[in-house]
Design a protein around this ligand. Structure first.
Ligand code: RUB
Length: 312
């Protein structure tokens, strides 16, 4: 029996919430694909009903991870259409979603090509968490013949660093795994730090996996360049209006399983932290290397965002 289209969206939303699908880029493309499949399958009697069902599905997907702006930017890209009839609207969602997914894949490749030019033969590159954009920089440099040493942090509490070393292992490049608190001990051996982004604000502030800001601080102290690899849809239009970026607080059980046996202990588990722009040397996007101070221009020019914009 075929699954109800909204149940299918619910299933994707659940996978994103539980972090079975994770990483800002991957959740954005998963949400775009879920909306496309929903649009194709939903049984609506009118354009108005279709629009309201798509909105409901979009809201469900958007509520899964509160920090990543990639989700709302992806949803906005997919649901931005004008249509006079239901079938035109359906096709618009499908083609918008396919375009978003394709451009997201191309952006990661392009970021790899651009960012890898900053890596020299013999460099040691440190990365945190598990970012496809950051890994694209490392992979592309490796494929261009650079001999690179990689240092990957564990990225507690969810150990995304294990996914990173798994993905890089096949390259045959030397990889060292360190606990998050070892970053300062190794920083003097590092030539470049490259991390991904969940959000970049209009003033160039980075929001990324918890621990990123400490790494940026260490890099700054050691005069080690700190690069953020981010597709332009990781920039947040809402921050132009001064909207704060919500920091997702996840379950204490992720940090301390069995926490309930303690009576007076509270575990805090913020999933992301904030790195001010003065600790960021460069942001590598698919349209080039930009200083963080240029973030506002990316939002205005690349995301084509107007302050009065509504969508469906
Ligand atoms: C993942 C994380 C990644 C960014 C960028 O956090 O912080 O650095 O999302 O990743 P989580 P990408 O594991 O909590 O989703 O470059 O793949 O979009």
């Amino acid at each position: 029996m075929q699954m109800d289209p909204m149940d299918q969206v619910q299933k994707t939303a659940g996978s994103i919430s539980r972090m079975e699908i994770r990483g800002a880029g991957r959740i954005a493309t998963a949400a775009a694909a879920a909306l496309r499949d929903f649009a194709l399958a939903v049984d609506a009697g009118s354009l108005e009903e279709f629009n309201s069902e798509v909105r409901r599905a979009a809201d469900l997907l958007n509520s899964t991870r509160p920090t990543a702006v990639s989700l709302s930017n992806a949803i906005r890209a997919v649901t931005r259409y004008r249509a006079d009839d239901l079938e035109t609207a359906r096709q618009a969602v499908v083609s918008n979603a396919n375009r978003f997914i394709e451009s997201s894949e191309k952006a990661v490749q392009r970021i790899g090509q651009i960012g890898s030019r900053t890596i020299k033969d013999g460099d040691t590159v440190l990365t945190h968490c598990n970012s496809m954009a950051a890994l694209s920089v490392i992979r592309t440099a490796h494929r261009a013949g650079m001999k690179i040493n990689v240092i990957a942090t564990e990225s507690r509490p969810r150990y995304q660093g294990i996914a990173t070393i798994g993905m890089l292992d096949e390259l045959g490049t030397p990889i060292e795994l360190i606990v998050d608190s070892a970053v300062r001990s190794v920083m003097n051996e590092v030539d470049l730090v490259v991390v991904g982004a969940d959000v970049i604000t209009a003033n160039g502030t980075l929001v990324n996996k918890i621990g990123t800001s400490q790494i940026a601080l260490c890099a700054h102290e050691a005069r080690t360049p700190f690069m953020v690899a981010a597709e332009t849809y990781k920039f947040s239009p809402m921050t132009i209006l001064g909207e704060p970026v919500p920091i997702e607080e996840r379950s204490p059980e992720e940090v301390l399983p069995g926490i309930s046996k303690y009576r007076n202990v509270r575990v805090r588990n913020p999933a992301f932290d904030i790195t001010p722009r003065q600790y960021i040397d460069v942001i590598c996007t698919e349209v080039g290397l930009i200083p963080p101070e240029m973030s506002y221009m990316i939002i205005k020019e690349r995301l084509g965002w107007e302050m009065d914009e509504g969508g469906i």
